[in-house]
Write a protein that binds this ligand. Sequence first.
Ligand SMILES: Cc1ncc(COP(=O)(O)O)c(C=O)c1O
Length: 457
Amino acid sequence: MTTATPRPTRIVQDGLEHVWIHNASHAFLKQRAGLRVFTHGRGARMWDIEGREYIDGMAGLFVVNAGHGRAEIGQAMAEQAAKIAYVTAAVYTTDTTITLADTIADLLPGDLNRLFFCSGGSEAVESAIRIARQVQVMRGFPRRHKIIARKGSYHGSTFGAGSLSGWSEAHLGTPMVGVIHAPNPNTYRPVFPGLSGEADDLACANVIEQEILFHDPENVAAVIAEPISVANGFQVPSVAYWRRLREICDEHGVLLIADEVINGWGRTGTWFAIEHYGIVPDMLTMAKGLSSGYAPIGAVAVRDRVFSVFENSDESLSHLITFGGQAVACAAALKNIEIFRREGLVQQAAENGTYFKAQLEELRLHPILGDVRGEGMLIGLELVRDRAKKESFHGGHPFHRRIEELFDQKRLYCRGSSVVRLGPAFVATRAELDQIVQIVDEVLTIIEDEFASDIVA
Ligand SMILES: Cc1ncc(COP(=O)(O)O)c(C=O)c1O
């Protein structure tokens, strides 16, 4: 083992040889020698090992809400590690874990007062499934095991969460038994012919009720949905949609789970996105912005009326996550929330989000820009080859790879091609937001030029 700092090219090569980049084609990374290795960041900017500066247009993966380079979070973690880092979540907890649970419960709507901690979003969803199924059994409904999710959604990559995700069956094999998929509201391409807006949203909610009735309420444990669906292309449903979902679930004894792994922690301009809808879900999953990425931590918040079956029971939850409530991760989350409060970051996300979206709307002059959607610092740009017909570029079209290449060349980190996903840190300055808009403008201009013969202007 050597202590000398390896030369950048060596590190990049080692990275290509040894690190499994989760979601990229390794052949592609190698061919374009395109593994980006980052060494530091500040606010909405980050620098790679070659010294190139990038603007982080997606706060990592909608994670680094408080921005890069917050040394005080590191200090809080170091102090906690020096005191105590770990006790088993199976039977013990720490004072820091309790303080975090209490702090989160204060910020959550309604009686979402009980926190089950885990290490990330997939585990939060996985835990919510386990809790829903066991709660139904303990309430006297042993057959209630089915979960309704929505087509095109994403709830994580562990087996249960991956089964709920509406797109991941290609390599999943047989998904978890008992998953039902219903349509997701879509403001751009309404689901039902002749309907749009609230009427279409309500029709989508009513399909969920039809599915519950078809499968028999006695078999259905829960419905899970993102309040504002990112995977489905930044779909913001009407207030009536979520109110109807709440009504349907109450009527049929089904638990309603709001997946706020991305939506939560200020992303949509409120602490939690469900606040836009004025209802209280039975469970709410969170991760990402909870620690702004400084430590891997997630949680399921559970309503008192749901947890109550455990309150006076000899039975415990048949579920355990070794790192649930790990004290150093909790210290990171607590300091992150303190920063949010001190700097008014949720308000900043709302204000910056309004500004950012207005600037992006100006790009509608581009014929390729079909729609601008989202809420707060969570915005998607839908790109189409034929705006009148709302027709996308087909899956294998070179447009998809080219646009990602162009963003990389211009040093804007963001993802997606059919729907370009944007969501910088809340601390991004107006100048940085303008810079993102300018790069998107330049990239769209180049794309429209290079693929002019494919685009219907
Ligand atoms: C809505 C939603 N739920 C769950 C997850 C899974 O979270 P994680 O990647 O932390 O496991 C994600 C990840 O992006 C997500 O967007």
